[in-house]
Design a protein around this ligand. Structure first.
Ligand code: FE
Ligand code: FE
Ligand code: ZN
Length: 276
């Protein structure tokens, strides 16, 4: 079965989010741990989480994904911003530990003119400092489009982070088709070459999830503008080749396309038909 889902709000609880996912044909979903711009996270309700867990077992759900705030910048040039980000990360990791079969995804951050090396150093420090042996939720670094001074537009940067931390066993990566294409990885005409680069950089076994998005901007534009599947520069045929590829087809895919729920439902249905 194709494991496919989309962004779902947890404002009405986790069980509600799970039911919403199921109602549009999804068997995974992604949620923000708190307001995407930061802010306070709601306390978790164990009973609510228990009901979600039961639903996930009954309905054959794949793992689900907590996504960190966009404002969390572990690589900032300001100590204050880095400390704030570290606290968010620490709190998030503690929270998601209560959710069964959940992975945590975050954007590596921006080095803000200090240079990639310094930024990566800070990210590694933060991951080391927030490590807790009692926690087991896998942490996925998301590959980025490389806009501005963003870290993670190059797979080698993700590799450096993974190889630099004290506990690499807990780290993996999540790749976003829009980001890859914008960053200059030609998943439309050279998918095999890109897969080889992933293999060389971090190893295919580190790739734990894919964000499935089309892109509004041209190849290698280093922009981050998601588009509805089939309506962007990547196109439907390339999307189909990606979800069907033997090395990718069993991964969980999540949509972050500009859609409402019914739009997601249509995309999911079309993807399930194409995957068979
Ligand atoms: Fe993301
Ligand atoms: Fe993404
Ligand atoms: Zn994006």
């Amino acid at each position: 079965m194709l494991n496919i889902g989309c962004h779902i709000s947890i404002a009405k609880g986790f069980f509600h989010a799970g039911k919403e996912a199921r109602s549009i044909g999804a068997n995974t979903f992604q949620f923000f741990t708190r307001n995407p711009r930061g802010g306070k996270a709601k306390a978790l309700d164990p009973q609510d989480l228990g009901k979600l867990q039961q639903l996930m077992v009954e309905e054959d759900f794949a793992r689900i994904f907590a996504h960190g705030s966009y404002t969390m910048n572990l690589a900032s040039n300001k100590q204050e911003t880095r400390d704030f980000a570290k606290n968010l990360l620490k709190e998030d990791l503690k929270r998601v530990e209560a959710i069964t079969n959940c992975y945590y995804i975050f954007h590596p951050g921006s080095h803000v003119q200090q240079g990639v090396e310094q930024g990566i150093k800070y990210i590694i420090e933060a991951l080391n400092e927030t490590h807790d042996n009692n926690q087991s939720t896998p942490i996925l670094l998301e590959g980025m489009s490389g806009k501005g001074t963003e870290i993670g537009g190059n797979l080698k940067e993700l590799q450096q982070i993974i190889e630099g931390v004290e506990h690499p066993e807990r780290l993996g990566i999540c790749l976003d088709t829009c980001h890859l294409y914008s960053a200059g990885y030609d998943i439309v005409d050279r998918l095999e070459d890109v897969l080889e680069e992933i293999h060389q950089a971090v190893g295919m076994n580190r790739l734990k999830a894919i964000h499935l998005n089309d892109s509004k901007t041209p190849f290698h534009s280093n922009k981050d503008r998601h588009e509805v599947l089939g309506e962007g520069t990547i196109g439907w045929e390339a999307i189909e080749r990606i979800i069907r590829h033997p090395k990718l087809r069993n991964l969980p895919f999540n949509l972050e396309t500009p859609n409402d729920l019914s739009g997601y439902e249509r995309e999911i249905k079309k993807l399930r038909e194409a995957w068979l």
